[in-house]
Design a protein around this ligand. Structure first.
Ligand SMILES: [Zn+2]
Length: 313
């Protein structure tokens, strides 16, 4: 699997490069056409055998401008990393996998008849050999505009799991988040402890939030995370009935002042899902950007890029 990472990276670059070359060839044809329209024009340095050479210059220019673009993009990332006080520039994730991994429920996280009933898989890590992790942020209490700016400028993807009782105080904030490419996902209407609640009440909590997100943001989520990560069979049956396809939990949690780990090795692993929360100074000793700094500093230092969870599902 690790080998695939390299291959995919090369393929992604290859695609962009060949697109650049195609554009260059097209531009060269136009230039050649112009040249032919005025054969008396002495500006043509290499007439007959020069056709190849005439193609080369624009192709080289296209590659040059592609390289210039890459350098500019990198400079922008370096500047953003500096501006937001990161120790290192975040790594760029590989292109989304052409073939999505098969997501199954983590061992020990199944409910009765999980597979037989076709219930959404519950997982903490996405099976991939790529050195990527996924950031998920829950609830929706803190609505910090600086956080939106930071994530856009650093181009770090994340998935938001929203609970209506917090989001309803400012639906617009999450609309701006969605406009920046973030997928808004389901975390119930009122954030209750679901296990033991009747199927009907659980369904109201989950389908109700599907309705809210569709009404305000135009799309019914495919992802649902039960509050506190706790659920029973009724939860997953209700989630399925509400159109949910996946129930991602998390393998690590990042706070403004620390990390917490599910695994004994207290480390990150390829495909890990990381949890955090929309919290600010009212909730913990720092801001959303402070939390993201802690998150990115460790992830980058360990050689991981942050990828978009939806790209792997
Ligand atoms: Zn929550």
């Amino acid at each position: 699997m690790r080998v695939v990472v390299q291959k995919d990276k090369n393929r992604a670059h290859g695609r962009v490069l060949s697109r650049g070359v195609v554009a260059a060839v097209a531009a060269a044809s136009v230039l050649a056409g112009c040249g032919q329209a005025d054969p008396a024009d002495g500006s043509e340095a290499h007439p007959a055998p020069g056709r190849q050479q005439r193609l080369e210059a624009p192709a080289a220019r296209a590659l040059d401008s592609y390289a210039t673009e890459l350098r500019a993009a990198h400079r922008a990332r370096v500047a953003a990393a500096r501006r937001w006080g990161l120790r290192r520039v975040p790594l760029t994730p590989p292109a989304p996998p052409a073939k999505k991994p098969r997501i199954t429920t983590r061992e020990g996280f199944e409910v009765d008849d999980h597979e037989e009933l076709g219930l959404p898989p519950v997982f903490t890590t996405v099976p991939t050999g790529r050195r990527v992790v996924f950031l998920t942020i829950d609830d929706g209490a803190e609505k910090d505009p600086a956080f939106l700016r930071m994530m856009s400028e650093l181009k770090v993807p994340y998935t938001a799991f929203l609970s209506d009782y917090l989001v309803r105080k400012d639906y617009g904030y999450f609309a701006r988040m969605q406009a920046r490419g973030v997928t808004l996902s389901n975390h119930t209407l009122h954030h209750p402890y679901l296990p033991g609640m009747s199927y009907a009440r659980q369904k109201r909590e989950i389908c109700g939030m599907q309705d809210v997100i569709e009404r305000h943001y135009g799309k019914r989520p495919a992802l649902f995370r039960p509050p506190f990560g706790d659920y029973d069979q009724a939860t997953l049956r209700a989630a399925k009935a509400c159109g949910i396809k996946y129930a991602p939990l998390w393998d690590e949690e990042v706070f403004v002042d620390r990390w917490e780990y599910r695994e004994w090795d207290r480390d990150l692993h390829p495909g890990d899902i990381v949890l955090s929360h929309f919290r600010g100074r009212r909730h913990w000793k720092g801001t959303m950007p402070d939390m993201i700094r802690r998150f990115l500093n460790k992830v980058t230092e360990k050689g991981y890029a942050v990828a978009r969870l939806e790209d792997y599902l």
